[in-house]
Design a protein around this ligand. Structure first.
Ligand code: TXA
Ligand code: MG
Length: 320
C-alpha cells in the first residue's frame, strides 16, 4: 500500500467505514485515525505505529455535545474548559462509557477526548457517525508530524489515505487535563498554556513526571526524539564542547555563527512562542534529515506560555 494524499472527505470517510486507517490534520499535529468504536480497526493503529498497548489513544469528536455519548460524567470544571477551549488543543480525561473499547484506553476507566480545531477534520467527523481514535501519526517515540508529507515519509506504507489540511497551526500536541478527586491536573503540557487554563478555572496541579512507566506516555522520559544526538542547554558552551562536529542549531531569537554551525534555525524572533511551536517539529525533522549535520543543539526556551510545552518536548527529545 502507498498512501494517497488528498483533500476528499468522502474518500477518507469510506476508508474509515471499511475499518482502514486515515491520517487526519488537526491544529496540533497530524493524527493516525481509526473508528474509535471498532476495536479491530483500532488495533491497526498500534501495529502501524509500533506503539505499546499500554499507551492509550485520544478520541476525537466533531461537536461538544457528542462528549455525552462516550463519557459517563462531565464535571463542572471540565465543562468550563470545553466551553473556553473547544474546538482546540485540549484533551480531557473523563470516565468512559462501555462503548469505547478497552484497547482505546489501554484498559483504563477514563478516556482522553477532544474536539480538534481543524475545518477539514471537523467536516469529516460530522460526516461519519463514529468518533476517531487518533494518536500522533509518527512511529512511536519519533518526532510528531505537522504536514501531510511528514506522515507519508514515515507511515506511507501503513495508511491508505492522508487527508491534507496544510501545515498545523499550533504545532505541539494538545494539553491533557484530568480530574481525579475533582482536582484539575495537567498530565501533558501542550497547545493550551497553564496560564490560559488558570485564567478559566484557577489553580491547576501538574503531574508531568518523566518516567519509564508513566500514566500518560507523553510523560515518557524519551519521546519526540530525533535519531541524531540532540543536546539542550547553553548553546555557546555546547558549540565549544562539540567544536569538532558539524551541528544544526535551534535557537529562540539569537543567531549563532560558529564555524561548525551548518544551519541555525531561529524559530522565535521577538520571542514569538506561537511561531516557535508551529515550526518546532518540522525544524527538528529537517535537521535530523540533513546528511551534513552530525549533532543537533537547541536553546532552552522562555519558561512561560507555550515555551513550557516547547521545553518539555526538547527535554524529552534530548540525548541523556
Ligand atoms: O494533539 C493531540 O493530542 C494529538 C492530535 C492527533 O489530536 N494526539 C496525540 O496523541 O498527541 P498521542 O497518542 O501521541 O498522545 C496521547 C497521549 C498519550 O501520552 C496517552 O498516554 C495520553 O494521551 N492519554 C490518552 N488517554 C489517556 C487516559 N485515559 N489516561 C491517561 N493518559 C491518556
Ligand atoms: Mg504522540
Amino acid at each position: 500500500m502507498q498512501a494517497i494524499i488528498g483533500t476528499d472527505i468522502a474518500t477518507a470517510s469510506q476508508a474509515l467505514h471499511k475499518g482502514e486507517l486515515v491520517a487526519i490534520p488537526t491544529e496540533t499535529v497530524y493524527g493516525l485515525a481509526a473508528n474509535a468504536l471498532d476495536a479491530t480497526a483500532v488495533i491497526k493503529i498500534f501495529e502501524a505505529k509500533k506503539r505499546p498497548s499500554f499507551d492509550p489513544l485520544i478520541v476525537h469528536i466533531g461537536t461538544k455535545e457528542a462528549i455525552h455519548n462516550y463519557v459517563t460524567e462531565v464535571p463542572a470544571i471540565a465543562l468550563k474548559l470545553m466551553n473556553a477551549f473547544w474546538p482546540g488543543p485540549l484533551t480531557l480525561l473523563l470516565p468512559k462509557k462501555s462503548n469505547i473499547p478497552d484497547i482505546v484506553t489501554s484498559g483504563l476507566d477514563t478516556v482522553g477526548i477532544r474536539m480538534p480545531n481543524h475545518t477539514l477534520t471537523l467536516d469529516l467527523l460530522n460526516t461519519i457517525n463514529f468518533p476517531l481514535a487518533a494518536p500522533s501519526a509518527n512511529p512511536f517515540g519519533y518526532i510528531s508530524p505537522t504536514t501531510a508529507q511528514h506522515v507519508v515519509d514515515q507511515l506511507g506504507n501503513e495508511i491508505s489515505y492522508v487527508l491534507d489540511g496544510g501545515a498545523c497551526t499550533i504545532g505541539v500536541e494538545s494539553t491533557i487535563v484530568g480530574f481525579e478527586n475533582n482536582i484539575p491536573t495537567v498530565y501533558r503540557l501542550g497547545g493550551i498554556s497553564i496560564e490560559q487554563l488558570e485564567n478559566v478555572i484557577g489553580k491547576v496541579e501538574l503531574a508531568l513526571n518523566q518516567s519509564s512507566n508513566p500514566k500518560a506516555p507523553g510523560q515518557l522520559k524519551s519521546h519526540y526524539a530525533p535519531r541524531k544526538p540532540f543536546y539542550l542547554g547553553d548553546v555557546r558552551m555546547l558549540l565549544e564542547k562539540h567544536k569538532a562536529s558539524k551541528v544544526g542549531v535551534i535557537s529562540v531569537d539569537n543567531e549563532y555563527t560558529a564555524n561548525n554551525v551548518i544551519i541555525n534555525k531561529v524559530i522565535a524572533p521577538h520571542k514569538d512562542l506561537q511561531l516557535a511551536a508551529q515550526q518546532l517539529f518540522a525544524v527538528m525533522r529537517e535537521l535530523d534529515n540533513n546528511t551534513e549535520i552530525e549533532y543537533i543543539i537547541a536553546e532552552i526556551f522562555p519558561d512561560y506560555g507555550l515555551g513550557r510545552a516547547i521545553n518539555d518536548r526538547l527535554q524529552r527529545a534530548a540525548t541523556i
